[in-house]
Design a protein around this ligand. Structure first.
Ligand code: CDP
Length: 211
């Protein structure tokens, strides 16, 4: 089994940028588990299936062999993020997405290992990971960054609404029964509130201390 680095943390904590850096620097394959939740959310939305229609969701899942990992523009929409966090509460959805992640790590590629980000990667999906990181950032900073990202993407948005949405997403992620967002046992906490340079320094210290 190739080495796995897990990166967990709340919405808008900058996991993607951090993972891209780690992947490039250490020649790892970056798997963003949020994309899988968002892709399924997108497929359900396209079919007009509501998050309460569990049997219909199960039928859609049954027909999917491999979820696309393509990060298309439409997956980043706030509405898709909301649906993703709704379906993320469902046990059978989490089991399905977890098996999709394992499938990816078993598919051969030319990388040295994987860096995988999400909410439960170090705590549930890859408990035996080589290194676990947890990204922490104050909620106001996360909201400001998310707001800028949406505006840059050409989506209209209101800062206070983004702040409320992130707080709600945090609450849902941290209080759900199945695989809530926690600091995984053995994870190192990275403070990503300051400059990216400072974040990178913390990460390199941790990873290069053991590589
Ligand atoms: O970009 P953001 O951090 O808002 O979310 P994401 O990583 O793209 O994931 C979308 C949603 O899927 C999150 O709000 C989580 O509720 C859910 N998710 C999860 O429950 N577990 C994961 N491993 C990844 C995402």
């Amino acid at each position: 089994m190739k080495k796995i680095i897990t990166v967990d943390g709340p919405a808008g904590s900058g996991k993607e940028k951090i993972c891209k850096y780690i992947a490039r620097k250490y020649k790892l394959y970056h798997l963003d588990s949020g994309v899988l939740y968002r892709r399924l959310a997108y497929e359900l939305t396209k079919k007009n299936i509501k998050t309460s229609e569990e049997n219909k969701i199960k039928n859609v899942i049954k027909k999917i062999k491999k979820l696309s990992l393509r990060k298309t523009h439409n997956l980043r929409k706030e509405q898709i993020g909301k649906v993703a966090s709704e379906i993320a509460k469902l046990d059978f959805v989490r089991n399905f997405i977890n098996s999709q992640q394992r499938l990816v790590t078993k598919t051969p590629n030319n990388k040295k290992g994987f860096v995988i980000d999400g909410r439960d990667i170090g705590s549930v999906v890859f408990k035996k990971a080589f290194q676990k990181l947890y990204i922490d950032v104050d909620v106001n900073i996360r909201a400001k960054r998310r707001y800028k990202q949406l505006i840059d993407n050409g989506e209209k948005s209101i800062y206070l609404k983004i702040l409320e949405d992130i707080k709600l997403r945090d609450k849902k992620d941290k209080t759900r029964k199945n695989s809530p967002l926690v600091v995984p046992r053995g994870a190192k906490i990275i403070d990503n509130s300051l400059t990216f340079k400072k974040t990178i320094a913390q990460i390199r210290n941790i990873i290069e201390g053991i590589y």
